[in-house]
Write a protein that binds this ligand. Sequence first.
Ligand code: CU
Length: 189
Amino acid sequence: MAIHPPEKRVWWNEPIEKDEIIWIVIAFLWGLVMFGAMVYWHIEGRQNLSTQAYRIDPALFEKRTAEFTKQFTVREEGTTGIPVARPPAGGDVYMLARLWEWWPVLELEKGRSYRLHLSSLDWQHGFSLQPVNINIQVHPGIEHVITLTPTETGTFSVVCNEFCGIGHHTMVGRIHVVEPGATTGGKPQ
Ligand SMILES: [Cu+2]
């Protein structure tokens, strides 16, 4: 009990001011609009993805990504030593996040569909594909599977947009998109 209790015991039970009611109603209606927009953008928008998600042991995901990379590596990315995997069109593709890299670099063909598997080995990271601005939260223990069909050729960056520590700003991956049938490195045959 307070040292000086209010004289009226039920001090809070007063009629609500009209202005306050108006603002409560506006906020409530706007919340409903935003809720509807979330569903609308999921169907009509081009940035909210319909991903499948599964539980996975990070060690198993690392093993699968390593096997995938070993099988399909065609070269190294510049002088970074990071392998570039060029999987067959239509297949499963793996990319992992860890402190502080996206691994491996992928080389995909334009107009072909792939099943991209994404997960983290340690902390939460944010997969942000630039410049198209596609965003996915990547958690350890959860594997996202995204059906991906690149629509234009070029080099796309994967930027981590979830702060993950001292090397966060260096956590940049790559996806190269080349014309179907192009040789590795993107040059036409
Ligand atoms: Cu990060």
